[in-house]
Write a protein that binds this ligand. Structure first.
Ligand SMILES: Cc1ncc(COP(=O)(O)O)c(C=O)c1O
Length: 452
């Protein structure tokens, strides 16, 4: 039997209609094995998802037990012990790491895009309850990514993802993302907060602060800007500006949250105090689709006194099989100190990546925090000129790495909306220092062999 599929084999609508797809057999920790027996290091946790590692028995057992008790009820009819427990655990974590944010209420959905849409609906409803219907605009940043459903995509600063859908997307107000490698600032940390603050003030003045519902930002930007960190004081400045105009703030931690950056919330690592926070990916650990919307109780009180409920639900809202797996993921985080490991082994990963990859001819920048890193490739290190998109450098590099048993997460277009090649490293949070060495040495050797 063939151990791979290539379109038109089989009946799956394959994501890629030109490439050969190996059939996966099993996974263990940071490793994957396909049906031919080939081993891969899952250096990107799939799409930055598999926090607890592949084949985690504790989560599998908890999920199995919950499915035998009751797998699914809708959040419209019931709550469950699992859902109650997960909400409480997240509230405790939020109170410890982000005490001023007061994010003590959680709802659960099944994907990042869904929970981003839910966050937007939450802030919109709040403004309606407050009698401010004019507040309907969102401010989002470029580059950024918030999901693939039509409104989440509208807010995503990814021009090439949007091209096909032009007239179907919504108008969103935009401002520049803090992006150290391409900010053009001589001292990003010293001048960044002022610079990006001024840009935000300008756009608010142009649009009218009273028309804006919320500002949405990834505390550490995902693959659209290769794990870019904000400059010192950035989120404090954004908060001060938003407060002045009564604008609410949403932290999109779908990719960077749930421990990956060395604290449970990436907002804690970047000084962000959001009004609404969303998690996804690593919270379900790749064991179930799971995302979380975290909000303030005083905002819910406004809804209770107004229309009486949050007007948003989907089929898998608070489903116990999802939340039971989420609880088990957090138990694994505690048992194996995975957030601590993301901080410690993450620091080691960041140092080793810089040591081994930065000297290479095509590597323009290595950035990131904890177990999240972005490596940007450039044609000219002096001028930071990207490769022409027609060369498909990142696609070819990822194929080269995949053939050598290393899975990374590619992205493109970050330099100017079209050109730009980068890849993300974000291994499962169970990775050890020895495995970091194996990964970084393998990457460096493969990059040296590769001709862009
Ligand atoms: C920051 C961010 N927000 C939202 C999403 C959307 O999540 P999903 O693909 O689960 O819908 C992603 C996915 O990559 C993301 O990185």
């Amino acid at each position: 039997m063939k151990t791979h599929v290539r379109y038109p084999d089989g009946n799956v609508l394959l994501r890629n209609l030109t490439r050969e797809m190996p059939i996966i057999a099993r996974g263990e920790g940071i490793y994957l094995f396909d049906e031919s027996g080939k081993r891969y290091i899952d250096a990107s946790s799939g799409a930055l998802v598999v926090s607890v590692g592949h084949g985690n028995k504790h989560v599998a057992d908890a999920l199995h037990a919950q499915l035998l008790k009751v797998g699914y009820v809708n959040g419209t009819h019931f709550t469950s012990r699992a859902t109650e427990t997960l909400a409480t655990r997240l509230a405790v974590l939020a109170t410890a790491e982000l005490p001023d944010a007061k994010l003590t209420r959680a709802a659960f959905l099944s994907s990042g895009s869904e929970v981003v849409e839910a966050a937007v609906k939450f802030v919109r409803q709040l403004w309606m309850e407050r009698g401010q219907p004019k507040r309907s605009k969102m401010i989002a940043r470029i580059p950024s990514y918030h999901g693939n459903t039509l409104y989440a995509l509208s807010m995503s600063g990814r021009p090439h993802y949007k091209k096909l859908y032009g007239p179907m997307l919504s108008e969103v107000v935009t401002t520049a993302s803090p992006y150290p490698y391409r900010s053009g600032l001589t001292d990003y940390d010293r001048d960044g907060a002022d610079y990006y603050g001024k840009l935000l003030e300008e756009v608010i003045a142009k649009e009218g602060g009273e028309t804006i519902a919320a500002f949405i930002a990834e505390p550490v930007i995902g693959s659209s800007a290769g794990a870019a960190l904000p400059p010192r004081g950035y989120f404090q400045r954004m908060r001060e500006i938003c407060d002045r105009h009564g604008i609410l703030m949403i932290a999109d931690e779908v990719l960077c949250g749930a421990g990956r950056c060395g604290s449970f919330f990436a907002s804690a690592a970047t000084g962000f105090r959001p009004d609404v926070l969303v998690l996804g990916k690593g919270l379900g650990g790749g064991c179930v689709p799971l995302s979380a919307l975290l909000v303030r109780e005083d905002h819910l009180e406004e809804m209770r006194l107004g229309s009486g409920y949050f007007q948003h639900a989907q089929t898998y809202l608070q489903a116990p099989f999802m939340t039971a797996a989420g609880v088990a993921v957090l138990e694994e985080f505690d048992r194996a100190d995975l957030v601590g490991n993301a901080a410690r082994t993450g620091e080691y990963l960041q140092q080793r990546l810089r040591e081994k990859l930065l000297p290479l001819k095509s590597v323009g920048s290595v950035q990131g925090i904890g177990l999240l890193a972005g490596i940007e490739l450039v044609e000219n290190k002096e001028t930071k000129a990207p490769y022409a998109r027609s060369k498909k450098v990142i696609e070819r590099l990822c194929a080269h790495l995949f053939a050598r048993g290393m899975i990374v997460w590619p992205n493109m277009g970050q330099a100017d909306g079209t050109n730009g090649d980068l890849f993300m490293i974000g291994p499962p949070l169970v990775i050890t220092k020895a495995q970091v060495d194996e990964l970084v040495d393998g990457l460096a050797a493969a990059l040296e062999e590769f001709s862009p």
